[in-house]
Every structure is written in structure tokens, then in C-alpha cells.
Ligand binder design. Structure first.
Ligand code: ASP
Ligand code: MG
Length: 420
């Protein structure tokens, strides 16, 4: 069996959904499970809505209306004005209507998952209805009954044993009858609340299904020809990798390459399942194959850029040396706030850590750190990570920039600098 994943960009409009159906048709002869993300930038829009709702801001209604209109617009193009899918979508929105009517009482992260998850519920309903309309035998599956997580909202931790049990129990029989269409990014708790697996987590969903079902491969369909050495929106002259090892792909995602979600590779590697990254506009093209290979070459360095970084500098209040005890205290606070450190450097008197700036978590983090430490920070920074680089490239990329931190090892260089 095959697992396909279609990201938001591939279903951002009616033409995208139609293209998805064409791709799927080519593979409809064998068992196929399709994981779909929210359409276009819907997850970002829902994040904004969640914030507005949590703060009871007036913009809430406008934001919500835009999300509705966007989906109805696509549906009108795909289905005309009458189709049973309109009822399903109306019902999905009604649940949000109810939620938004009351003032928020739960934690932000909990509310986030209940609201933001709607993006995938909507997109999969639409895709499933369109595949059926195109003559394909598709079936909509609510993933929340299969991917079981704990209740770490926004970063649900998957219970693999329970998840694989549920999947193996039901899905093979369904796949012998239907193409399954299900939501990426979502999970469910034992109390039937919705969780999300972390931004861009749909790849991970695909990899969980593939691992539990021992799929032949996972294909993630993208708006790029495959895995490139750098983001083509930021760099010209990018090159595509034909093959990459699991290890290299894992390194790349660890450092922030957004082409694949970081948690995706490991389960596939354990099960020996290849991950194909292919262009949705050209389904016959080979793309990139990530798997067991020694056949990878780096004619150009891998360049990974992360924006919106913050660099913290933490020192002891009495200006004493930074000890292991201090380090472990600081790291505990990072972990409690679900922060992932992108670069770390310690000196005698301070610890510097660079991570993604997450507005809702920053104030709490600062408060906790400041109880025991002096903390300084710079925000709005850029982090560039290079792999398989030559020294000249560092110079070229940092020319005229205010570099705040640089760390180089044999294969990897990381540079933090001011964005402008
Ligand atoms: N829709 C979710 C996001 O944008 C999950 C995904 O795209 O993989 O983060
Ligand atoms: Mg998305």
C-alpha cells in the first residue's frame, strides 16, 4: 500500500484539488491512504482567530468570516451550489460558532487545538467529496480515533502502541474497499479531545500510518521539484537532491528545513520505508528519494534559514560561573515552556540560546528565568545553518551583517545575525 500526503499549498484552491484528483487517479488501482493538510494558509488564519478569540478581540468575527468565505468559494467552484458536502461543512462550522459564542475558559493551547484542527476537518471533507465526484471510491476517515496522543496540546505525544493497534485493526479492511482520505496534523486524547502534533505535522501523520501499515513508500507532494539544497524563494541556483540518506534528511529537518517535518523520518527509517518528495505539478518526475542510500552528493552546500529568532543570554545573578546546575535549571525551564533550542553556546559566565520566538510563551519564560538569573535578549534575528559548506560561503552570507553568534563544526555551521 501507498501513503500520500498533500500539503496546504497543493490544495490552496479549486485547481489544486482538481490536480490532486488527477494525481490520485494514476494510483487508484492499489491500496492508497491520503493525508491532507488544511487548505492554503488556513492554519495561519485559524491561529489568528484563536488569538483574537482568546483575547476577545473584535477582529474575531472578520477573521472567522474570511475562513468561511475562502472554503465556500473553493466549494462553489468544485461542486456548484448544491452538493451534500455543503451540509457537512456547515455542520463543521456550527461547532466553531458554538465555541466562539462563549468566552474562553480553557487554556490557550487547549483552545488552539480545538479551533485550529478545523482546517484539516474542512479540507479533507472537500477533498473526499471531490474524489467521489470524480468517480473515485474514496472514504473520509476521522483521524482522531486512530492517532492517539497524550494531552500535551499543540505538541501531542503519540502513543505508538495504541495508535498502531487501532490502525492495524481497521484500516487494512477499509483500504481493500476504498481510498482513504484523512487529516494530517491531528490526534485525539483518551477523553476524545482534539490535539495537534506541532505545526506542519501532516508529514508525521503520513509517516505514522505508513509505519503501522508497513507501506511500500510515503510520497509527500510539494510545490517544489523535490528536496533542494536551499529554499528557492530565498536563493537562486538551487539544486535538487536525487537521493538523500535518512540521516542527512533528519539533520536537515532538525536544523529547520521546512520541506519535511522533523518527526517524519525516524519511524520510516525504523521500518525501512522510503520517503519520496515529489512535485504535485509533475507527478511523473522522480523528485527526491529519502532512504537507505550511500548515493548522495553535495555539489552545493545545504542552506537552511530560520527567521524570527530570539537569542537569550542567561547569567547568574551573583556573576558566578555558569555551572552544570545552572544549565540544568535553565534547560528545565526551556522544556517546561516547550521551547526547542536551535543553537546553544556556553561560556564561563553566560549561556546563550537561540530559538524560535513564540509570542505567547515568551513572557512566561522570561518571568521564570528572571527569578534566578540575569537575562538579556535580542529578537527579530535570523539563523542560518549550513551543511557540507566551504568557508567562503559563510563570509559571503554574512557580508555586512551584524553577527551575534557563530558556531562551526566539521559538517555544520550556524550563524545568528540581525535581520536587517
Ligand atoms: N496545517 C498544518 C500546518 O500548517 C499542518 C501541516 O500543514 O502539515 O501547520
Ligand atoms: Mg499547512
Amino acid at each position: 500500500m501507498l501513503v500520500f500526503k498533500f500539503g496546504g499549498a497543493s490544495v490552496k484552491d479549486a485547481a489544486g484539488v482538481a490536480n490532486l484528483a488527477n494525481v490520485v487517479k494514476k494510483y487508484a488501482g492499489g491500496p492508497l491512504l491520503i493525508v491532507v493538510s488544511a487548505m492554503g494558509k488556513t492554519t495561519n488564519a485559524l491561529e489568528k482567530l484563536t488569538k483574537a478569540y482568546f483575547e476577545q478581540h473584535d477582529s474575531m468575527h472578520i477573521l472567522y468570516d474570511e475562513i468561511k468565505q475562502y472554503h465556500y468559494g473553493i466549494m462553489h467552484e468544485l461542486f456548484g451550489s448544491e452538493h451534500p458536502v455543503f451540509d457537512e461543512i456547515n455542520n463543521t462550522f456550527v461547532e466553531i460558532d458554538w465555541m466562539l459564542e462563549d468566552e474562553p475558559v480553557d487554556t490557550f493551547d487547549f483552545i488552539y487545538d480545538q479551533l485550529v484542527s478545523v482546517g484539516e476537518l474542512l479540507s479533507t471533507r472537500i477533498v473526499d467529496a471531490y474524489l467521489s465526484q470524480s468517480g473515485l471510491n474514496s472514504k473520509w476517515l476521522d483521524v482522531r480515533g486512530y492517532i492517539h496522543t497524550d494531552n500535551t496540546y499543540r505538541e501531542g505525544v503519540v502513543d505508538w502502541t495504541k495508535t498502531c493497534e487501532s490502525i492495524q485493526q481497521d484500516i487494512p479492511a477499509m483500504l481493500s474497499q476504498n481510498i482513504i482520505v484523512t487529516q494530517g496534523f491531528l490526534g485525539g486524547t483518551s477523553e476524545n479531545f482534539t490535539t495537534t502534533l506541532g505545526r506542519e505535522g501532516s508529514d508525521y501523520t503520513a509517516s505514522i500510518f505508513a509505519a503501522c501499515l508497513n507501506a511500500k513508500s510515503v510520497t509527500t507532494w510539494k510545490d517544489v521539484p523535490g528536496v533542494l539544497n536551499a529554499d528557492p524563494k530565498l536563493f537562486t541556483d538551487t539544486v535538487k537532491f536525487d537521493e538523500l540518506s535518512y540521516a542527512e534528511a533528519m539533520e536537515m529537518t532538525y536544523y529547520g528545513a521546512t520541506v519535511i517535518h522533523p518527526k517524519t523520518i525516524k519511524p520510516l527509517q525504523n521500518a525501512g520505508i522510503p520517503l519520496l518528495v515529489k512535485p504535485f505539478g509533475d507527478p511523473e518526475a522522480p523528485g527526491t528519494k529519502i532512504g537507505n542510500t550511500s548515493n548522495q552528493s553535495f555539489e552545493k552546500a545545504v542552506i537552511i534559514v530560520k527567521d524570527n529568532q530570539v537569542l537569550l543570554s542567561v547569567s547568574a545573578k551573583d556573576y558566578s560561573f555558569i555551572t552544570e546546575k545552572h544549565l540544568s535549571n535553565v534547560y528545565n525551564i526551556f522544556a517546561q515552556n516547550l521551547l526547542k533550542v536551535n543553537v546553544l553556546q556556553t561560556s564561563a559566565l553566560s549561556l546563550s540560546a537561540c530559538f524560535d520566538f513564540i509570542d505567547e510563551r515568551f513572557e512566561k519564560l522570561m518571568g521564570q528565568l528572571q527569578e534566578n538569573f540575569n537575562v538579556k535578549y535580542n529578537s527579530n534575528l535570523k539563523l542560518i545553518t549550513l551543511r557540507h559548506f566551504e568557508q567562503g560561503l559563510i563570509k559571503q552570507l554574512t557580508e555586512g551583517k551584524k553577527v551575534l553568534l557563530e558556531q562551526t563544526s566539521r559538517n555544520t555551521a550556524q550563524i545568528v545575525f540581525a535581520s536587517n
